[in-house]
Design a protein around this ligand. Structure first.
Ligand SMILES: N[C@@H](CCC(=O)N[C@@H](CS)C(=O)NCC(=O)O)C(=O)O
Length: 220
């Protein structure tokens, strides 16, 4: 029986697993089940995934959550190209980078409520340096891997929002990151999952800037 992958089309965490499934050619083995996060069906929390978040996946009678665990699960338990490097030094660095994804996303999301232009430089520099480390291709490890997948949904959103609201170009002075974004946009498995930029800007403005604007009004 096919596995069921519960996602929301706009969710960057779910997008990680969606890209993994597409890239490994598992469209028939893993079926997408879209969930409306604004109106979640009661059965999702009660019968399937008590965390009540997306993504989750039902596979062989078990339900698994957490996007970073899920991409590893899909990579190790399904057919298709392997998405982690075999070389031990590269493998260790891949694990470090996957672990750093939480710091990266938290730093940038937190900065949206403060001053991103001052705050986001170091975490994007970290990615730029990581892309230099093995210097064997546009991706973190030459071949497309789970590390690219862990970051791309967030880099996609941060690039759009930082440019739109603060005119901050994440690729300025970061040639490897610029090339990475260019090359990753040639990968169909990713392209099919991209979010709608206009909807993203509206959604993030409401989510992150509402209080800033309210504060501006109060202080006038
Ligand atoms: N740590 C989780 C985060 C998943 C997550 O926060 N998903 C959001 C949608 S993008 C969600 O389901 N939010 C609903 C909620 O928190 O109630 C992962 O990596 O999978």
């Amino acid at each position: 029986m096919a596995a069921a992958l519960y996602i929301a089309y706009s969710c960057p965490f779910a997008q990680r697993v969606w890209i993994t499934r597409n890239y490994k050619g598992l469209q028939e083995k893993i079926k997408l089940v879209p969930i409306n996060l604004q109106n979640r069906p009661a059965w999702y929390k009660e019968k399937l995934y008590p965390e009540n978040k997306v993504p989750s996946m039902e596979h062989n009678g078990k339900v698994i959550g957490e996007s970073l665990d899920l991409i590893k699960h899909v990579d190790s338990n399904f057919e298709g190209p392997s998405l982690l490097p075999n070389d031990p030094a590269k493998r260790e660095f891949a694990e470090d980078l996957i672990a750093y994804a939480g710091t990266f996303t938290k730093t940038v999301y937190t900065s949206f409520k403060g001053d991103p232009v001052k705050e986001v430089g170091p975490v994007f520099d970290h990615l730029e340096q990581a892309l230099h480390k093995f210097d064997d291709g546009p991706f973190f490890f030459g071949q497309f891997s789970l590390v690219d997948i862990a970051y791309v949904p967030f880099v996609e959103r941060f690039q759009i929002f930082l440019s739109e609201v603060w005119k901050y170009d994440i690729t300025a002075g970061r040639p490897k990151l610029a090339k990475w974004i260019e090359e990753i946009n040639k990968i169909d498995a990713y392209k099919q999952t991209k979010t709608n930029p206009e909807e993203l800007v509206e959604h993030y403005k409401a989510r992150f800037l509402k209080n800033n604007l309210a504060n501006v009004k109060v202080s006038k």
